[in-house]
Design a protein around this ligand. Structure first.
Ligand code: C2E
Ligand code: MG
Ligand code: MG
Length: 901
């Protein structure tokens, strides 16, 4: 804006000029030359008006009107002064001014009031009623004084001109506007204070002038005149100051800080005015009318009421605004909380339609809140759980019950997760419910897993004994209601112990898992399979039509278990034995009894036929008891000298020459007579009694060998060593001790080791064999071909002989196909440089066949049955057995024939 730029540069200059000109005019006004005085006096308002116009031009205030009015007012003052001086003469007296001058002055005053009022208005766009009331209060005070001391005396004095009474009235208005401006919050630059510094003396001068004229005091009149001119000059200076352009800047809408002074000041003004009016009325020659006092008081009271009311309202507004702010903050916090909650919060209406969904849904289910809003809640609920959710909402509607339910919610990828959902109402009109859902999939999975672990076998995943018995109990209870038939099977894997001991626990575990799988294959979904011991399994068959169907299923299972088991890179052949127990009509057993009966039946099956099954009869129960009893008796037998060692000669097949004997244990039972090892060796192995039993046989064999030697009979003895004995840490030391105790040369002893011992591929096995071999004894593998030893490793074992079991020797009688095994073993032994001993030779043809395949040695009933040391001695002495007539039968053996092999 050019004016602005010019103005800034021109200001100091202009102001200086202005001050100089005003000073010159004032000086002129004091010169007693009438023309000079006239010019001097009129020049001041004229200069001031010019200054205001220049100020408008240079500083370009946004609102020009107030300043224009001010300039006009100054112009009118100049005119008024002209009129006064023209009429009254430049000498100036206390005589009244002409009416035209009064009109010009009063109009100028009115314009000034208007100018100020306009400024106040643009400065305070927000209406501050309190400030208006305060200004009114001040005005009331000033009005009372003006009325009482200036207007009323003039009205009362007869013949006084009435127009000058307008001065105090206008001055009151001017003072009020001034007061209003003083209390606003607008900008207060230098121009503001200059403006105030101009208006205030103007009002004071007017008042002084009025009083001076009224009291005929010329000094007061002329001082007032000078003050008046100075005031006009200051107004001009205000307009020239650049900050005048900022006077009409709107004030910020801030509430007044209501200090005690700020409150008391406007109120005390009317009070002071009325008090001084009452006290000073006599000095001014008037009497204050009680009506004025009352009216002022009423007005004061009314204004006070209004002011207080305004304050209360403002206060309430502030309080409400604060409360709203607080509420908004709380709402925002709450919203933040809801939005950031890890649980999904869903608001649904009575139709189960989603109305609101928190963002957590995206993390949990994958949908965005927008995708779900407006859709039916049930669309993301698993169909099977629809009823649960609907019932939950209904339960709330009907009974006001807040409930938590579990349901499955569909994720965006189509999968489901388990959620725990709590429903509570949010609104009643229309009814809405808030569902808080959290993902509990992991928790439920853990719970299920724990429950599963508590009731299932960790290895095979089948039910455990507890769960099995529980299922049987339930089935029995159901049966009571519907008479539904049921059967319990007990299965025992016959060779598991061998597999486990020889191939290691890991392979054993793998084997059991496969057994469990085969079991599952054979069962219907309604059946329950359980693993209730190491190699013991049980099956609950529900809804079987009868014993025939139960037997059919059992046969299916046994057949499945006879298929070779591929474990650890080899094929294991095994059998299982089974027992079946059913519930008959007149007896409802306990679950545990049923299982025990099935077990008894299984034992019975085992003794009768490996890989078979038996149906429980009450007698079987006794058989089981018998077994337990027998174990007890065997323990007593070992300690009580009831064991006997029999010897079976081993011959060279080429010429029948006896090359040694095999020691075979017998149990001389006090009531049952001679008991076969086939009956009690498994019991001894199972119970661990075999260790003591084996030690006895070894010791006895060595003694008998020593006795024969003393009698001049030189021979060798083979002693069977069980797996359990070999696994004893003290095994080698004890054999060495027995040899030295009895003075037996180690070379005379052959230890017969079961093949399953070799199947364990650990270094420990070879080490144990080396230790034995280091004693100087011979090692033979008994029943070779029935275990799971690795033929490729045979070379690594420090062994001396292989023994072909009886079934393979029997095969020699049934053509070339069946004789293949015996031939292969013999050839293998030949390759490895080992001796071969064929067992169970009963027929001459077998002998012939064995000789043909170059089998070196043999034993069997054809040559001699096992017999006590005393009976074998003559045979040893004779030194040769040729079969047939050469056969020697032990008398005792013959007596107890049905029990021996
Ligand atoms: P094994 O070590 O293979 O012994 C050979 C078995 O075949 C013996 O049965 C013997 O009487 C029998 N046998 C021999 N020739 C014939 C025959 O021509 N026809 C028939 N039918 N059988 C024949 P036994 O004495 O009943 O022993 C059975 C098994 O008991 C033995 O098989 C052996 O594994 C075990 N055993 C016997 N005594 C002991 C012992 O002191 N310790 C250990 N750990 N096991 C023993
Ligand atoms: Mg043997
Ligand atoms: Mg054998």
């Amino acid at each position: 804006m050019p004016g602005m730029r010019n103005g800034s540069a021109a200001l100091p200059h202009a102001t200086r000029w202005f001050i100089a000109a005003v000073a010159l005019a004032l000086a002129g006004s004091a010169v007693p030359v009438p023309v000079v005085r006239l010019v001097g006096i009129t020049a001041v308002p004229g200069l001031s008006a010019t200054a205001v116009l220049l100020g408008i031009r240079w500083h370009a205030p946004p609102h020009r009107l107030p300043w224009l009015l001010l300039a006009a007012a100054e112009g009118l003052y100049a005119g008024g002064m002209c009129a006064v001086l023209t009429v009254l003469g430049t000498a100036g007296t206390a005589r009244s001014a002409p009416v035209v001058a009064d009109v010009l002055f009063l109009t100028g005053h009115a314009l000034q009031v208007a100018a100020l009022a306009l400024l106040v208005r643009v400065r305070t766009p927000s209406r501050d009623v309190g400030a208006v009331i305060d200004a009114t209060l001040a005005t009331v005070g000033v009005s009372v004084l003006a009325w009482e001391f200036l207007i009323r005396p003039r009205l009362l004095s007869p013949g006084a001109a009435l127009v000058p009474a307008g001065y105090p009235l206008i001055d009151v208005l001017l003072a009020a506007t001034l007061g209003r401006m003083l209390f606003d919050h607008g900008a207060r630059p230098r121009a503001f204070w200059l403006l105030l510094a101009g208006i205030a003396p103007l009002v004071a001068s007017d008042t002084g002038y009025a009083i001076g004229v009224q009291q005929g005091n010329t000094t007061v009149v002329s001082v007032s005149g000078t003050g008046w001119m100075l005031a006009l000059a200051v107004l001009g200076a205000a307009a020239l100051h650049p900050s005048m352009a900022r006077l009409d800047e709107p004030a910020p809408p801030i509430g007044t800080s209501l200090t005690v002074v700020r409150i008391a000041l406007p109120m005390s003004l009317p009070l002071a005015a009325i008090t001084s009016a009452v006290l000073l009325d006599e000095d001014f020659g008037v009497r204050t009318a009680p009506l004025l006092v009352v009216a002022t008081m009423v007005l004061l009271w009314l204004l006070l009421v209004l002011r207080v009311h305004g304050m209360v309202r403002a206060l309430r507004a502030v309080v409400e605004e604060n409360a709203a702010l607080h509420r908004r903050a709380t709402d925002e916090r709450f919203e933040q909380l809801v939005r950031n909650a890890s649980d999904m919060i869903t608001v649904i209406d009575a139709d189960l339609r989603i109305r609101y969904q928190t963002p957590a849904v995206e993390r949990v289910l994958g949908y965005t809140p927008d995708e779900l809003t407006g859709t039916a809640l049930l669309e993301i609920v698993h169909p099977d759980d629809h009823a649960v959710i609907a019932a939950q909402v209904l339960a709330y509607r009907a009974e006001g019950r807040v409930a938590t339910v579990n349901c499955r919610l569909r994720r965006k990828d189509g999968g489901y997760l388990d959620a725990e959902t709590l429903t509570a109402p949010v609104d009643t009109d229309p009814p809405r419910y808030v569902l808080t859902s959290r993902d509990v999939t992991e928790r439920l999975r853990l719970q299920r897993q724990l429950r599963h672990q508590a009731f299932h076998d960790a290895l095979t995943g089948l039910a455990n004994r507890e769960l099995f018995n529980d299922r049987v109990r339930h089935a029995l209870a159901r049966r009571g209601l519907a008479d539904a038939p049921l059967a319990v099977l007990f299965l025992d894997v016959d060779d598991f112990k061998t597999v486990n001991d020889s191939l290691g626990h890991q392979v054993g575990d793998q084997f059991l898992v496969t057994v469990a799988d085969r079991l599952r294959e054979c069962l219907r979904p309604s059946d329950t399979a359980a693993r209730i011991g190491g190699d013991e399994f049980a099956v609950l068959l529900e809804d079987v039509s009868g014993i025939e169907e139960a037997s059919g299923i059992t046969e299916r299972i046994l057949t499945a278990l006879q298929r070779p088991f591929p474990v650890a890179g080899r094929e294991v052949l095994t059998h299982a034995s089974a027992g079946i127990a059913t519930v008959d009509l007149d007896r409802v057993p306990r679950a545990e009894d049923l299982l025990r009966d099935a077990e008894a039946a299984m034992y019975s099956a085992k003794t009768t036929r490996r890989g078979g099954y038996a149906i429980f009869t009450p007698q079987m129960h006794h058989a089981l008891l018998h077994k337990l009893e027998l174990t007890g008796q065997l323990r007593a037998a070992i300690a009580g000298d009831q064991l006997r060692v029999y010897y079976q000669p081993v011959v060279a097949l080429a010429d029948g020459r006896i090359v040694g004997v095999e020691a075979l244990v017998r149990w001389q039972h006090p009531t049952r007579g001679l008991v076969s090892p086939a009956e009690f060796i498994p019991l001894a192995e199972e119970s661990g009694l075999i260790v003591g039993l084996g030690a006895f046989v070894l010791e006895q064999s060595c003694r008998d060998l020593a006795a024969w030697k003393r009698a001049g009979i030189a021979t060798r003895v083979g002693v069977n060593l069980s797996l359990r004995q070999l696994q004893e840490d003290s095994c080698v030391a004890e054999i060495a001790a027995a040899l030295s105790r009895t003075g037996t040369p180690p070379a005379d002893l052959t230890l017969e080791i079961t093949e399953s011992f070799l199947a364990d591929e650990g270094e420990q096995t070879i080490e144990r064999l080396r230790e034995l071999k280091a004693l100087g004894v011979q090692l033979a593998i008994d029943d070779f071909g029935t275990g799971y030893s690795s033929l490729s490793r045979l070379r690594q074992f420090p062994i001396d002989a292989l023994k072909i079991p009886k079934p393979f020797v029997d095969g020699l009688m049934h053509g070339p196909d069946h004789s293949a095994v015996a031939r292969t073993i013999t050839e293998l032994a030949g390759t490895l440089g080992l001796d071969v001993v064929a067992e169970g030779i009963e027929h001459r043809e077998q002998w012939v066949a064995l000789r043909r395949i170059s089998c070196g040695y043999g034993q069997g009933f054809l040559f001699a049955r096992p017999a006590p040391a005393g009976e074998v001695a003559p045979l040893l002495e004779h030194g040769r057995l040729t079969g047939g007539s050469g056969q020697v039968r032990s008398l005792r053996e013959r007596r107890s024939r049905p029990r021996t092999a």
